[in-house]
Design a binder for this molecule. Sequence first.
Ligand SMILES: *Cc1c(COP(=O)(O)O)cnc(C)c1O
Length: 344
Amino acid sequence: MYFASDNSGPVHPQVMAALSAANEGYQMAYGADTLMNEVRDRIRGIFEAPGAAVYLVATGTAANSLALSTLANPWDTVFCSPVAHIHEDECNAPEFYSGAKLTLVPGGDKMTADALRSTILAEETRGVHGPQRGPVSITQVTERGSVYSLEELQALCGVAKEYGLPVHLDGARFTNALVALNCSPAEMTWKSGVDAVSFGGTKNGLMGVEAVVFFDETKAWEFELRRKRGAHLFSKHRYLSAQMAAYLQDDLWLQMARQANDNCARLADGLRAKGASFLHQPQANMIFAEFSRARHKQLHDAGAVYHLWGGELDGADDAEPLACRLVCDWSISPEQIDQFIALL
Ligand SMILES: *Cc1c(COP(=O)(O)O)cnc(C)c1O
């Protein structure tokens, strides 16, 4: 019963097989491998963007930081949610790589167009003395398991465009959002106004690969230089390519995300039936739920693994409600979920 994170699970066997197959013979290094040509073509096809610049890196932090550093000047701000991964979970790497500062858009997990507009308006009032307006970064799926609708994405991108600002999408859980919205990758990105996307793979069954996609190909060379200078150009790059190629083969990426979201829906239904309350309505593969400490203790003793959200298991008051985060990946079995629910 493992619900700690979607990067705790195993790598999909088809991806392991692809790594093994890629381990035959010799290939040119540093992204000049033949598999990367396939990956680039596939990603351009999937995004309906024949001219897109496509690169692979091994972590989401690298993808976000390098993408944002390519979009932002050191004197710029990056507008993002107060709970954005780039703000809370990347040890200032986006600031380190870009030299820019993050400016938080007040509100909750999801940014609203109005809050974004007023935050943008409050910036750049001090001429050469103040920070300049820079990119907007949106997380899809959000850090609280919510999914922006296409209308919401378009509204945010619309505000950014009014001020001439580029938009970055942190898609560590890109495919979970995609299958939840049942739309196309193009609709969720450039057709809505997104300029660059961190297209996640690691949380959806890969060993460690994220693609960075720029719809404006003039960014390509700068990104390449930044990736190398930032020490994220893999020499044995074929092992990154092989994972991404397997991911995109025969819709494996979509299947795994559907499975993860279905697992999450099953778990959410079970929790609801047991009277748990939700901090956020689960829309993809993450649940933020609340139930009593006594139940958490029982689950913990039975071997369930997940993170409490702002509370401690130890405590005298067994009736006190404690929040937790439960994340499902593709590999969780319905039996594990049912066992968890039964214990509740
Ligand atoms: C996991 C995650 C990342 C990437 O994190 P790494 O640990 O650097 O791979 C980026 N953004 C979000 C929203 C995430 O959940």
